[in-house]
Write a new protein. Structure first.
Length: 196
């Protein structure tokens, strides 16, 4: 992405380094672009003849190395924050799953002790429809396929939700609920399998 010319001055390098760091901070370039630039910068310094006694040139070179050192610290911090966030997110998801299981267990225990209360609430609501726990396999397959294809951004747009709704026969609220659960339950294992 960034090519060096043999006639660059240390000041030109400092300007380019500042520009690429600014682009990285604004998400206009990737970490790979940044690493590539720094690698080429290192090669440039190995081969370049910078034996000037000019104090300004020495200060520019020193400034480049200070910026690179601070950049390394920032990238290390960014990686650590990402790791901690992922770890806490996984922990939160595990705790949430345990709480959901506990609530479901309590619900089933209460049904054993108070079956008449449960039947009263169902008949009073006027809804005698059976509760559907799982969607048909073909519906689940369509939704899982979409999730696999969009693993890096698992949030469907309104148009995509409408499209999925038409294909599956589910309404938008059901699509939303399925993706909320899938991001928490299915996505971590999909990403884990993808890494391996």
């Amino acid at each position: 992405m960034y090519e060096f010319q043999t006639n660059l001055t240390p000041f030109d390098l400092l300007k380019r380094l500042s520009r690429i760091i600014e682009e990285y901070n604004q998400n206009n370039c990737t970490e790979n672009d940044l690493v590539s630039f720094i690698t080429e910068l290192r090669e440039f310094f190995k081969t370049a003849d910078i034996s000037s006694n000019d104090n300004f040139t020495k200060q520019i070179i020193y400034g480049i190395f200070i910026i690179l050192k601070r950049l390394k610290i920032l990238l290390d911090i960014e990686m650590e924050i990402s790791y901690v966030c992922t770890r806490h997110s996984n922990c939160f998801n595990n705790k949430t799953d345990l709480i959901i299981k506990d609530v479901e267990n309590l619900k089933f225990e209460n049904e054993d002790y108070y079956p008449s209360i449960n039947s009263i609430t169902i008949s009073e609501s006027g809804s005698n429809k059976p509760i559907r726990r799982n969607y048909p396999k073909n519906v689940t397959k369509i939704l899982k396929d979409w999730l696999k294809e969009n693993m890096m951004n698992p949030y469907p747009t309104e148009n995509q939700k409408t499209f999925l709704s038409k294909r599956t026969g589910l309404d938008i609220i059901q699509i939303n609920n399925w993706f909320i659960n899938a991001r928490r339950r299915l996505l971590p294992s999909m990403k884990g399998r993808n890494r391996n």
